[in-house]
Design a protein around this ligand. Structure first.
Ligand SMILES: [Zn+2]
Length: 273
């Protein structure tokens, strides 16, 4: 990526970040920022070996999906990557689907590299990282960083251990050898333990399995149910996601007429044969 393009991306990430709620250094809740901007955010535990996220533009809606079976820190990175596509690429394209090959940083695709760079600049800007290392890490200039310090940075910026190491290396805060040592220390001590030792956010290291679906989706499913486009079981499954039952929405349901029942029976009968 050319330096001029990188600069452009840094400017866009900084301008997105300016409107975010930030604690002392890191963005507090990137999921809430999406809602605040009117993006339709969907989080669902789709399983471990499937797509990590996607984004699509439909008419005036921007829809972003993230798989909540990923560890939370990774899901947040995926979200930042998808926001990158929205901000950088939606003038030319209208959809992106991401898996391990596009989000691990090894993809050769220029747009994937750009989205990853945007995510890094959004979550861990150069200035804030330097300020954190300078003000919050004791004896950094004499002793360098320990794995506990990495866990502190993780917790403040809501990112993964890997991402902290990669970002610190690319910003020149640590060298390749230090990165390797910190990585070994991580394997020995485990990230969950490190986070607990520093009183950090241990939830970052496990999947949230969160289910978060825009509320208007209920109306959409009820409409389809009332028009016999989806069976009762589908409606029930969707309601469960919102911790609701059929009784809770009974005033919105149109009782099916006898004719409709017949049609449905015929249809189901037809499918059974
Ligand atoms: Zn992507």
């Amino acid at each position: 990526m050319q330096e001029s393009r990188k600069r452009e991306i840094r400017i866009k990430a900084a301008s997105f970040r300016e409107k975010c709620k930030v604690s002392r250094y890191g963005i507090i809740d990137l999921f809430k920022e999406c809602e605040r901007r009117g993006y339709k955010l969907l989080r669902y535990p789709l399983g471990e070996n499937v797509d990590l996220g996607f984004t699509v533009k439909k008419d005036n809606d921007i829809v972003i999906f993230t798989n909540s079976c990923s560890r939370l820190s990774r899901e947040i990175f995926t979200l930042a990557h998808e926001i990158g596509h929205v901000i950088l690429h939606f003038a030319e394209d209208i959809s992106f689907i991401d898996d391990n090959s596009t989000i691990n940083g090894r993809s050769k695709d220029e747009k994937e590299q750009e989205a990853n760079y945007f995510a890094a600049c959004l979550l861990m800007p150069y200035d804030d990282i330097n300020r954190f290392v300078d003000l919050e890490i004791q004896n950094f200039h004499e002793k360098g960083l320990s794995a506990l310090d990495i866990a502190r940075i993780m917790s403040e910026f809501n990112v993964s251990f890997d991402m902290v190491l990669n970002r610190l290396e690319s910003l020149g805060v640590i060298n390749q050898n230090q990165k390797l040592c910190l990585d070994n220390e991580r394997i020995e001590k485990r990230v969950g333990n490190l986070l607990r030792s520093v009183g950090g956010n241990a939830r970052l290291n496990v999947p949230s399995n969160e289910i978060d679906i825009p509320y208007e989706y209920i109306d959409y499913v009820i409409y389809n149910y009332n028009h016999n486009a989806v069976p009762k079981e589908t409606l029930e499954k969707v309601l469960v996601c919102y911790h609701l039952t059929i009784e809770d929405v009974s005033d919105k349901l149109t009782p099916p007429s006898d004719d409709d029942d017949d049609d449905l029976d015929e249809l189901i009968g037809g499918l059974d044969d």
